[in-house]
Design a protein around this ligand. Structure first.
Ligand code: SF4
Length: 451
């Protein structure tokens, strides 16, 4: 049986699988994580500990049809500025719930469209964050930039708050595909945003490209990739388009008959991957690429790569604090998610309360399986010695889990004295292999295609 048939046999072209940006996946969160429980977890953070902060801005000027993000359209800035007031209130509530002196090692502004914020709102939100969470010399401040929603004044404001990494979503440069997915963004507009960032000294640039879009061809993705590389990004995320119109209603506007088959999706990914590799990018995990000198590539080489809600990261903080509607926090005790609806979030936060409505409290087994899955997603391997060094002591249990996995994926996973490793040609199966270690998940249409 050739490798293509093997990938089919293990379900690559049929299965829906979590992306494992968390374990358990957010679909498993329940409402037993209350504001009181989250407050108790916050109080246990050591004084002076480094933390990561995520600020969610759930507004966009227009809603792109392909996008499944939790966000809402707005034609005026009034609700956005009111939302910034609420975020500032939430920052104050959180500061009071935290021990003294935590340091913000990472601050990420995501959405939605954070660059919808007017310069004055960017400045006052950043000031509130800086007052509550001082940064250090090595802190990273990153912002998701929408090239259609950025101008000189906003770029100046972002440079002034210390932004040192920017992420730009591209999806695909083909104007026909852009029309079909409801997001028109010319190369010139993207190039202008990149030039504006670089002119202000922001040299660390992430970009995203999607594979699996309607009418995307091998020649088309090659052309888009070459245009992307002309921007010389430090990192490229090559995400598979997840068509889930039963969850993201606006995707119903995208014609299903124009979508590539799962087999064609694999070819699109492999074509883009080949171009990136031949241009000198290192492969990072299942879908990221980075210049060899970029900190993400260095973390991968050193075995320090981690995975969180934003994808791959070299962030090693144990605590991620999510602020804003639907934002998820991760602490050693578990996950806590704010109210998903902007209205419910604002009601709680404006009353000076934590807006937590759901989450997951880790049992010891969760922590072990979460780490094993993270190792697979980051390193394509699980090392027993590494797990033991990190305090997971139950060797017979770990060994049993690895034996089961190696047996189930015979020929795709090699078993050694120290653990398991996914063979190079079986890497497309990584999420399926991770699911084998997932005690909660069965196949579900709430997840995206395995490829
Ligand atoms: S792609 Fe960006 S701008 Fe478009 S709807 Fe999603 S978050 Fe908003």
């Amino acid at each position: 049986m050739n490798q293509y048939s093997q990938l089919r046999r293990f379900g690559l072209f049929d299965a829906n699988v979590p992306r494992y940006t968390s374990y358990p996946p957010a679909t498993q969160f329940a409402n037993d994580v209350t504001p009181a429980r989250y407050a108790s977890w916050l109080s246990q953070i050591p004084a002076g500990a480094p933390v990561s902060i995520y600020l969610h801005v759930p507004f966009c000027r227009r809603l792109c049809w392909f996008c499944a993000c939790r966000t809402q359209g707005t034609s005026t800035l009034a609700p956005v500025s009111a939302y910034v007031d609420t975020l500032i209130q939430e920052i104050a509530t959180l500061r009071d719930a935290l021990p003294q002196g935590v340091v913000a090692q990472r601050i990420h502004w995501g959405g939605g469209t954070p660059t919808l914020l007017p310069p004055a709102d960017i400045a006052r939100l950043a000031a509130a964050v800086a007052e509550a969470f001082p940064t250090s010399d090595t802190s990273e401040i990153s912002v998701e930039i929408d090239p259609n929603e950025i101008d000189s004044a906003r770029l100046d404001a972002l440079a002034a708050i210390g932004m040192n990494r920017a992420s730009i979503g591209v999806q695909d440069f083909d104007p026909e595909i852009q029309k079909i997915i409801g997001r028109e963004q010319s190369y010139e507009v993207t190039r202008a945003a990149v030039d504006g960032l670089r002119a202000r000294g922001i040299t660390s640039l992430n970009t995203d490209l999607l594979f699996g879009l309607p009418r995307q061809s091998l020649a088309g993705i090659t052309a888009s990739m070459e245009m992307l590389l002309s921007l010389n990004p430090d990192r490229v995320a090559l995400f598979g388009y997840a068509h889930v119109p039963w969850m993201a209603k606006r995707q119903a506007l995208i014609p299903t008959e124009d979508l590539p088959t799962p087999e064609a999706r694999l070819s699109l990914f492999e074509t883009a991957e080949k171009i990136l590799r031949s241009d000198g990018y290192d492969s990072i995990g299942i879908d990221h690429f980075a210049r060899p000198t970029d900190s993400l590539a260095e973390a991968a080489k050193a075995g320090h790569l981690r995975r969180n809600f934003q994808g791959y990261t070299d962030d090693t903080c144990d605590v991620l604090l999510g602020l804003g509607a639907s934002a998820i926090s991760r602490l050693p005790q578990g996950y806590a998610q704010n109210a998903p609806s902007t209205a419910a979030y604002q009601k709680a936060a404006r009353a000076g309360a934590l807006a937590t409505t759901r989450g997951h409290t880790f049992a010891a087994e969760d922590s072990l399986r979460a780490r094993m899955i993270e190792m697979l997603m980051c390193d394509f391997a699980i090392s027993i010695a590494q797990l033991q060094a990190e305090g997971f002591s139950s060797k017979p249990h770990i060994t049993a889990l690895l034996d089961q996995t190696a047996r189930h994926f015979e020929g795709q996973v090699t078993r050694s004295e120290d653990g398991i490793e996914i063979t190079r040609s079986a890497r497309p199966l990584t999420r399926l292999i991770a699911r084998h270690l997932d005690a909660y998940e069965s196949e579900s249409t709430s997840h995206s295609s395995a490829i």
